[in-house]
Design a protein around this ligand. Structure first.
Ligand SMILES: [Fe+2]
Length: 187
């Protein structure tokens, strides 16, 4: 099981979790954002540094192929529709969410290719082609701009607008999503 799944399952388990830091699924999403920023910094390092640790490469690949798709699903299937339901039209959140969903489409399409590029070079320090570097820089740049919007606008509004029931539903879906993913992987 990945660390991510363990993290959610541990914190989502039983009444004790109610006092835990991830009782609120929005905190879990915020932590995913922090990890995504770390991964972007590692991608930058990969492009500019002459050598990187294989553990860092592994972390990037694992994030892009395992955690990112789950995170994007958390937002698209739960967070964004709940925001649309809870926010007033004059808050103009719809246009922003449409933009973020379009970003997600690009990220989902590009992440496997970026992971594959890194996977190929996983154990060597031969470096990347200019084209590969440009692609990785582009990916990290888009991800950062996307994160700024989600952290600065979406999450603060979500914390005010979403109800306790919304958060409970989101938490349950996030847990089910990770359990299903784990089952699928271990089939
Ligand atoms: Fe996000």
């Amino acid at each position: 099981m990945t660390k991510d799944s363990e993290r959610l399952l541990t914190t989502a388990r039983g009444g004790k979790a109610k006092t835990g830091p991830f009782n609120n699924p929005l905190d879990f999403i915020a932590e995913d954002h922090m990890r995504e920023r770390e991964v972007c910094a590692l991608i930058d390092k990969l492009v500019t540094a002459s050598s990187t640790k294989s553990a860092e490469r592994k972390m990037i690949v694992e994030f892009l192929t395992e955690q990112l798709p789950l995170h994007l699903a958390d937002e698209e299937i739960d967070l964004f529709p709940m925001m649309l339901e809870r926010c007033d039209p004059e808050e103009e959140i719809k246009e922003l969410i449409e933009k973020l969903e379009a970003d997600h489409g690009h990220a989902l399409a590009d992440a496997p290719a970026i992971a594959a590029l890194i996977e190929v070079n996983k154990t060597s320090d031969t470096g990347f082609s200019e084209k590969a570097c440009a692609r990785m820089i582009d990916f990290a740049g888009h991800a950062r701009r996307h994160l700024i919007l989600e952290n600065a606008i979406i999450l603060p509004i979500a914390r005010v607008r979403l109800t306790e029931d919304d958060l409970e539903t989101m938490r349950n879906h996030m847990r089910e999503r990770r359990l299903d993913h784990h089952k699928e992987k271990t089939k």
